[in-house]
Design a protein around this ligand. Structure first.
Ligand code: HPA
Length: 243
């Protein structure tokens, strides 16, 4: 079953016929919220809001391990993650959609692996392609069939948050090759890979990254841009369910 991990702004579930909510306990603690089962595009899907439905959990405090474990517990066979991002590459403007194929991880201090030595198992997953090639292709096809532009083959930089970046930090990320920046892409993608669940991230550009737009970044601007962008992202996911 497809699971959707909702990010900032993805709280309007009117696109989903909600069937039930399950409170899941995991060996790693509680996930961000009960896991919702619902129907979207004629198919059954799972939904989990990464920050909690009332957006109370900041990026660095999300229990990513419990979230991914809970989705597996609920029979997730693939995951589409929604992520709000800032645009570093000037070819992107809010509220564009982006479908990264690579990631740069600048996060620290997060519980980032199921193989932390406590289970007695040492495992080194392959992460050459952090996102599922097949799932990305399906999302791209869905966007194309809806006539929506989706910026593909781009690099997502995962930063620690909860503050936004300085202009100099964005310059560094650009030198590193990053096109978009967000706070929640890692370790989520790696944890899904550790459990063998195909995973892709569909990003909504909420703002131009620090130093790339005019003036400072405001929360109002981010929230305003996310409204239309998330709506398009849900349409793409709904379509991808039928492909
Ligand atoms: N930086 C990091 N995370 C973000 C941004 C940003 O500019 N916009 C939305 N999430």
């Amino acid at each position: 079953m497809l699971a959707i991990i909702g990010g900032s702004g993805a709280y309007d579930l009117s696109i989903l016929d909600v069937c039930n909510k399950r409170v899941i306990r995991t060996p790693y603690g509680s996930p961000s919220d009960p896991v919702i089962t619902g129907v979207m595009g004629g198919g059954e899907v799972l939904f989990l809001p990464r920050h909690g439905l009332s957006h109370k959990i900041p990026p660095h405090a999300i229990n990513f391990r419990a979230n991914i474990w809970a989705l597996q517990e609920c029979s997730a066979t693939e995951i589409i993650a929604l992520n709000a991002v800032g645009a570093i590459n000037s070819r992107l403007v809010p509220p564009d959609l982006a479908l990264p194929d690579q990631v740069l991880d600048y996060t620290w201090g997060r519980k980032h692996t199921f193989f932390d030595g406590n289970s007695g198992i040492v495992r080194h997953i392959d992460f050459t392609n952090p996102y599922s090639v097949d799932l990305r292709a399906r999302i791209e096809d869905a966007a194309t069939s809806l006539g929506l532009d989706c910026f593909t083959n781009c690099i997502y930089a995962a930063t620690q948050g909860p503050r936004l970046e300085s202009a100099a930090e964005i310059n560094r990320l650009e030198r590193d090759g990053a096109d978009i920046v967000g706070m929640t892409g890692m370790p989520e993608a790696a944890l899904a890979r550790e459990l063998g669940i195909p995973y892709a991230s569909l990003c909504v550009v909420a703002n131009m990254a620090a130093g790339r737009g005019e003036g400072e970044i405001t929360l109002e601007e981010i929230e305003r841009n996310l409204v239309g962008g998330i709506d398009n992202a849900f349409r793409v996911i709904e379509k991808s369910v039928t492909l």
